[in-house]
Design a protein around this ligand. Structure first.
Ligand code: DC
Length: 471
């Protein structure tokens, strides 16, 4: 499991950074502060004083906390009641700080957090994650900023929300919470010896995210946790033995070599229909052009099969991670199937050349612009990589954005929506990173439209069904 700990005082920007990092790694974010807030909320609701250890211990006799995710957003249920909407009120900060000082509360929350981290890849933010909850976390950060800067950030945030606040009161509260959090008896706020210190006083959010991501990339070998799948990222070439590198030639098969592909495709199509029956919505969009980029959200190995069976009739070209070619038999078959091996962590010029040839020959290329699988299974997509935009612009090729309604489920009806084809014509000739990022934004918008399309379709089906049921 990947566990990333971000600790620090109130208002240091931990949650913004933890959320962004979790999103870009496609893993879950756990806001542990919200757990203390939810506990405090429940106590207040039941007229229990947040500093009365005995009363709170008694409260725990009938107390059940569940952490669930709705559309990727954390929700904390206490005895079945969703407390999330009430936790960010100003008075809750002080109550949470007080209740979190009670050892009985800390032990309870820490147990829950450890259990959660055992079963999830997760970025946790809090006060004691690196020192106490998860001393063996893969990566630890201690994020801080001066109390004045933190008060200032909070001041601006509340003003934006339209709340009347006094800067001096905020500063006083922050100093008081720092004192409470760092002077309590059990697991006080403090930097772990092996945590990376980030003083964000003079840093922008983007700078902090970059700094965190850099450390995470160096320390966490994400590929170990990545089950094999047709995704373009795998081992960095520095870790691939030279003999293997020599054997695996990245090439683009000429169309003559696709006999086996077509044969297997026809043979296995009924199996696909049984195992992963899929309604492809607006399938005609896939055939409005000959060669171009088919971009898709990606949950599992199997979801790459559906475009192969439904859209890539004569030949398929998919970017696949290099390790899938390590086994000579599997690698040979994949080559025959037109897959292009891609190495991670470098500008894989061979793969890029192969992609250019595919597009130059007006063939179809299936790519996952998120660069990896979505392990959360939500509809949210990670930040898109700029590769697809670069290819489409350089080769002046059309794009379709395709969206699965949800992760492919065996023996269940799946839905894949094919968006209207579009080009990035306004960016032809682009050279700068900024332009490629802007073009990628256009792609993202098309994904958003396709997602709305698939949701509306499924919603329509549900309505029809409930009407029928009523009759
Ligand atoms: O991060 P936050 O402001 O939502 O946290 C609320 C309070 O909970 C904070 O004052 C200290 C406490 N807390 C804690 O003691 N340990 C954690 N891991 C997270 C929060």
């Amino acid at each position: 499991m990947i566990n990333i700990a971000i600790d620090g005082p109130a208002g240091a920007g931990k949650s913004t950074i933890a959320k962004a990092v979790a999103k870009s790694l496609r893993i879950i974010y756990l806001d542990t502060g919200a757990m203390y807030r939810a506990t405090a909320y429940f106590a207040l609701q039941n007229n229990i004083a947040v500093n009365d250890a005995d009363a709170v211990a008694k409260m725990f006799e009938n107390f059940n906390m569940d952490i669930v995710y709705e559309d990727g957003a954390q929700q904390i249920l206490v005895n079945g009641l969703n407390t999330t909407p009430y936790l960010r009120e100003h008075y809750m900060s002080k109550a949470a700080s007080d209740i979190s000082a009670l050892p009985v509360v800390r032990y309870k929350m820490v147990d829950l957090q450890r259990e959660f981290a055992k079963t999830h890849d997760v970025v946790l933010d809090g006060r004691d994650i690196g020192t106490f909850v998860l001393p063996d976390a893969n990566c630890k950060f201690f994020m801080t900023a001066t109390p004045e800067e933190r008060a200032n950030r909070r001041y601006k945030e509340l003003l934006e929300k339209g709340q009347e606040v006094d800067y001096d009161t905020l500063l006083k509260d922050i100093i008081q919470r720092d004192y409470n959090d760092s002077h309590r008896e059990v697991a006080p706020l403090k930097q772990a010896d092996d945590a990376v210190l980030l003083d964000t006083t003079n840093m922008t959010i983007d700078q902090v995210i970059e700094a965190v991501k850099k450390v995470v990339e160096e320390k966490v070998k994400l590929e170990k946790n990545e089950p094999s799948g047709l995704v373009p990222f795998g081992k960095p070439s520095s870790e691939i033995p030279p003999e293997t590198m020599k054997r695996i030639k990245t090439y683009y098969k000429s169309p003559k070599g696709f006999g086996l592909y077509r044969f297997l495709r026809v043979l296995l199509r009924p199996l696909q229909c049984i195992l992963w029956p899929t309604k492809v919505i607006n399938k005609e969009n896939a055939f409005k052009f000959e060669g171009g980029l088919y971009l898709c959200n990606h949950y599992s190995t199997f979801d790459s099969l559906i475009p192969i069976f439904t859209m890539f009739k004569k030949e398929a070209h998919i970017l696949a991670k290099y390790e899938l070619f390590f086994n000579p038999l599997a690698g040979g078959i994949l080559h025959k199937m037109g897959a292009i091996p891609v190495r991670r962590g470098e500008a894989d010029t061979e793969a890029v050349k192969a992609v250019f040839r595919v597009l130059k020959d007006d063939k179809k290329l299936l790519m996952y612009p998120e660069g990896t699988r979505n392990k959360q299974g939500t509809q949210d997509m990670a930040e898109l990589k700029t590769g697809a935009a670069r290819f489409a612009i350089k080769m002046k090729k059309p794009i379709v954005a395709m969206v699965y309604f949800r992760p492919t489920k065996t023996f269940h009806k799946n839905y894949l929506y094919v968006g209207e084809p579009f080009t990035l014509e306004e960016f032809y000739g682009a050279r700068t990173n900024e332009e490629f990022h802007e073009a990628t934004e256009v792609i993202r918008r098309h994904f958003d439209e396709a997602r709305e399309g698939v949701n509306a379709y499924v919603e329509g089906l549900k309505k029809k069904k409930s009407k029928k049921d009523k009759k």
